[in-house]
Structure formats: C-alpha cells, structure tokens
Design a binder for this molecule. Structure first.
Ligand code: NAD
Ligand code: MLT
Length: 532
C-alpha cells in the first residue's frame, strides 16, 4: 500500500497525534511553528495538513500542495483558510466546530465576571502589597441585560448559562429561526442598533466574515448605553480596537474583556494601558478537555479525508450528522457508481442531469448523494482530480446543469429509488435508475429504458444485441476464450424481436482489442466494458 503523509504545523493534543500514528502506511510529521518558506518547500509531499489559527492557507501554498487532499483545522474558525480556492482544487477543509464551544463559552463568562468585579486589577493590587476595598466597587450581573451578537453554538451556550445568573438575555442574529431564540429563552432583536441601545453587557459570537469585520466601530459604540461592558472572545477585528479605545477614554465604556486581537500574536497595544481592560492571549479553547476533543476529532477527520471517506465536518461540503450519514451512505455509494456508467457508455457531452429521489430516500437530505453522482459522472473523463468537494464546481465549469427533486411516494414497487435522466448536448436522453435492496445492496434496476436487476460491481460488460437465437452462446464463448469468469448475466428486452440489452458482472477486464473484434460479430450492436 502506498505511504501517505500528514503534516502537523500547529500544536494539537497528543491523543490526536497518537491516533494518526496508529495508522499503518501513514507517516506523521510534526513541525510546530515551521517558517512559511520551509512549509512552501515541503508541502508538496503531504496528503494531509493539520493547523490551528496560526497558519494561513492561501493559493500560494495550495499551488505547491499538489498531493494535498485535506486540511484539518483543529478548532472552529476557518477564516485563515481560503475556502473557495480549496474547493476549486478539491481540497477538503474540515474543522471541529463542537469540540471547543464549551471552553470558549466559559472563557466568555470568565471575562464578563472578571470585568464586573475587577478581579484582575484587584489581584494585581493585592499582590503588590496593597489593601483597599472601595477602589474595587463592581456590579452584579443579576437583573442586567446581556446582548449577544450571534446566537450560534457558543452564543447559545452563553445564553443558557447567563439566564441562570438571572440576566435578561437579548440577541441579534438575522440568520436563525425565531424558534432558536425561544428555545434559549432569548429575546430577539431585529437590529444590531436595538441590541446596542438596550444592553448593559455585550458579547459577540459571530464568525469573522466580510460582513462582521468592523461590526462594532465608533458609530456602534456611540449607540451603546453608558457604562457598558463588552466581551470579544470570537475573532479579532470584529470590534475595531480603536473605537473601543476611544470609548474607554471618554468613559462611555466601563470595561472590556478581549481574548482575540486585531493582530496575533501581539505583545502590546494601546488598549492594554487601561486597568479596566482584561486581556487573554486567545485562550478560549485552551483547556485540557477542549484540546483533547479537538485533537482526536481533527485527526479522525483528516484520516477520513486521506482515505477518501466522507468527512462529516468538512466545511466545503453539506454538513452530515453521524446518524444521517449511516442512513444515506449506501445511497452515496450507489449514486457514485450510477454516475460512472454514463461516460463509459457514451461520448456525448452532458448538458443537464435530472435526479429524482423516490420513497424512503426522499425524506433524507440528499445533497451529498447528488454530489456523489456528479463525482462518479466526471471522474472517468476529467484529467483533474474530482472528489466530493469540487465535483459540483467542476460540473458547473463544464456547463452541466443539475436539478434534483425529492418525491416521498414510492415508485412502482420500489420502497426507494434514484432515477437519473441525462440530456446530452444534442438533446438525446440517457436514463439509469438504482435502488437499495432490503439487504442493503445497491442495484441498477433500469438503464436506457430496460428493466434490469444487477449489482454495480467493479467490472461489467454491457452489450446490445439483436433479439435472435444464439447470441447468448456467442457471448459466452467470447468471454470464455478471453479466460474471464462471469459472475452473473442478465438479458433484458422491451419487445420480442427488438434490440436486447445484456449486462454481465465479470471478474476481470477484457482487452479493448478483443472487444473490438467481438463487435464485428453479426447480431452484436455494441459492447463496452465499464469499471465502477
Ligand atoms: P456558529 O457558526 O455556531 O455561530 C455563529 C452565529 O453568528 C450564527 O448563528 C450566525 O447566524 C451568526 N451570525 C453570522 N453573521 C452574523 C451577523 N452579521 N450578525 C449577527 N449574527 C451573525 O459559531 P460558534 O461556534 O458559536 O463560534 C462563534 C465564534 O467564536 C467564531 O468566530 C469562532 O471562530 C469563535 N471561537 C473562538 C474561540 C476562542 O478561542 N476564543 C474558540 C471557539 C470559537
Ligand atoms: C477556534 O476558532 O476554535 C479558536 O479560535 C481556538 C483555536 O484557534 O484553537
């Protein structure tokens, strides 16, 4: 088996490294803090790369990373990775979104409490040999209003915990359902402005995107209540530090807690001159529990990516939960095989693919199944690497339209069925359908209008013949002469005397030359061996 290589360039927990090292045929190199130039020089050797937020993954690096299949981000935010570029190149980007949320939430609460009760400055004061209580007058959180910007994973964890402190929790997040606000007992604010005007404490938990960078600037600070207290444990640059500085200087802002910085690493900043500013060096996820979770999860994701398995946390793929994945995995495998058939039988460029999911499968999220079909379709004819990540992008680039629909009714007697209609550039139609049997096996049940019942195995001989006596014998003799074993054989026809379709599952390839000679035989219209 070919040796694969993974490079780890930012620190992850040993449990993750051990998990990778147990894998046979996998070389794991750990080069923490490697310089950019050195990384550019060696990245070409690696199939997998594990990073945290310190390493930037851009097109310059990806240009050199010819073998790279997967980048594992040991953590949550992926703003240090150029995702569209990775997607184009078929590189999977996976993260560990749930593994450190509790830790980030708990640090957020630590920063809220540390500010309201002057914990850090009081600690310093006492250790410098002083004693005084009046200088450290604080505020209770109880009965105050907490404004959360972004009610995702961490925002919701903070809401639950701060509700228990007796705070009134309000949030601004235009991208989530009202039901989520209700579930977390949070009052929904229709605008950021409304949240800023009402909050005694403000904490931000959005990702860093073009929209969220600079979300809190001078204008927003001016809208806030006097003596507001603010936390940013999400991402640097979401709040403009200069605006916070001015707010602190003027006395409008009572205090600030910051874990994430405009520039990282950073050793000094104007903000650090205030004793009512509590800063930590991006340690939201720095707990034993979070790092173990993150290390193990990212190692598993990277292994999956290298081995060509589904990567549940891939950020450039539809998200699939573990249980859902178990349910749709057989359909994913079947769809990929169905996809591989077309170009091995036809040479005409595809214009449109219409996929219909019937019965049980129609209740599932079928996005991944569609992607698997496209991957299978393009793989036999594309020089570029095609995988689940870039299949859709490559189809679009080739001008192939893709429609899919889910119909929950059964199709005839099939409890589940995938029917595919491919229209080529000349308007000619090719159809193929497949089902998952009660035994969990993928089956092709229809092809170009012929009803069949065959397993899509590694090697298959498809041929069309005149429906006359003696052809089956001719085929048997031909394959026997080629010394190839036949596992199963199916003959289908639409009408008596019409053209028949024969499909054979065979154990080996048949040479092209032999096949060309065979096609010369009377009664054989065409014959093709395909590999699935
Ligand atoms: P998430 O994706 O679960 O939630 C983000 C929420 O922000 C979503 O609900 C989204 O709808 C909302 N949102 C997006 N744009 C918005 C906008 N313009 N206005 C209002 N809401 C908007 O993310 P998460 O897991 O909760 O992580 C939140 C942040 O915390 C991320 O930036 C992440 O990188 C960061 N993080 C930091 C640390 C740390 O060490 N300090 C650790 C983990 C995560
Ligand atoms: C994250 O996004 O997960 C955090 O910033 C923590 C980290 O980078 O490790």
């Amino acid at each position: 088996m070919e040796l694969k290589k993974v490079l780890i360039v930012d620190k992850i927990d040993d449990l993750g490294i051990e998990l990778l090292r147990k894998e046979p045929n996998l070389q794991v190199d750990v080069k923490i803090g490697i310089q950019k130039e050195d990384l550019l020089n060696i990245i070409g050797e690696y199939d997998g790369l594990i990073i945290r937020s310190d390493t930037k993954i851009n097109s310059e690096l990806m240009d050199k990373a010819k073998k790279l299949k997967v980048v594992g981000r040991a953590g949550n935010g992926v703003d240090n990775i150029d995702i569209p570029e990775a997607t184009k190149r078929g590189i999977i980007v996976a993260n560990t979104p749930d593994s450190n949320s509790i830790s980030a939430c708990e640090l957020t609460i630590g920063l809220l409490l540390a500010q309201g009760r002057n914990i850090v400055s009081a600690d310093k004061f006492l250790k410098e040999g002083n004693w005084d209580r009046d200088s450290f007058m604080g505020n209770e959180l109880f009965n105050k209003t907490l404004g959360i910007i972004g009610l995702g994973r961490i925002g919701a964890l903070v809401a639950t915990r701060m509700n228990a402190f007796g705070m009134k929790v309000i949030a601004y997040d235009p991208y989530i359902s009202d039901e989520r606000f209700e579930r977390y007992n949070v009052e929904k604010k229709q605008s950021l402005e409304a949240l800023l005007k009402e909050s005694d404490y403000i904490t931000i938990h959005t990702p860093r995107t073009d929209e969220t960078i600079g979300m809190i600037d001078d204008k927003e600070v001016n809208l806030m209540k006097d003596d507001v207290r603010i936390v940013n444990a999400a991402r640097g640059k979401l709040m403009v530090e200069d605006a916070l500085y001015k707010g602190l200087r003027s006395g409008k802002i009572a205090s600030v807690g910051i874990d994430v910085h405009e520039k990282e690493p950073r050793y000094s900043a104007k903000l650090y001159e205030f004793k009512n500013v509590v800063v930590t060096p991006h340690i939201g996820a720095t707990t034993v529990e979070a790092q173990q979770n993150v290390g193990i999860t990212i190692a598993q994701q990277v292994l999956n990516g290298i081995n060509g398995d589904i990567v549940p946390n891939a950020v450039n793929l539809p998200t699939i939960h573990r249980d859902e994945l178990k349910e749709i995995k057989p359909y994913i495998d079947l769809a990929e095989r169905l996809g591989k058939v077309y170009y091995q039988l036809n040479k005409d460029a595809v214009k449109l693919v219409d996929i219909t999911y019937w019965g049980e499968i129609a209740y599932q999220d079928t996005k991944m199944v569609t992607i698997a079909f496209i991957k299978g379709l393009l793989e036999p004819v594309m020089a570029d690497r095609i995988n689940y990540i870039n299949a859709k992008f490559k189809a679009k680039e080739s001008g192939i339209g893709i429609n899919s629909k889910n119909i929950c009714e059964h199709f005839n007697s099939f409890s589940n069925l995938i029917t595919i209609k491919i229209t080529n550039n000349n308007g000619k139609i090719f159809t193929i359908s497949g089902t998952i049997s009660t035994k969990g096996e993928g089956k092709i049940v229809e092809i170009i209008g012929y009803e069949v019942d065959v397993n899509p195995t590694s090697y298959m001989l498809f041929l069309q013949n005149k429906d006359v006596p003696g052809v089956i014998g001719q085929v048997g003799t031909f394959i026997g002469n080629e010394n190839v074993n036949v596992a199963t054989m199916q003959v289908g026809r639409k009408l008596k005397g019409d053209k028949a379709l024969m499909i054979l599952n065979i154990d080996d390839k048949i040479s092209k030359k032999a096949l060309d000679n065979f096609i010369e035989i009377d009664n054989i219209i065409w014959a093709k061996v395909i590999e699935l």
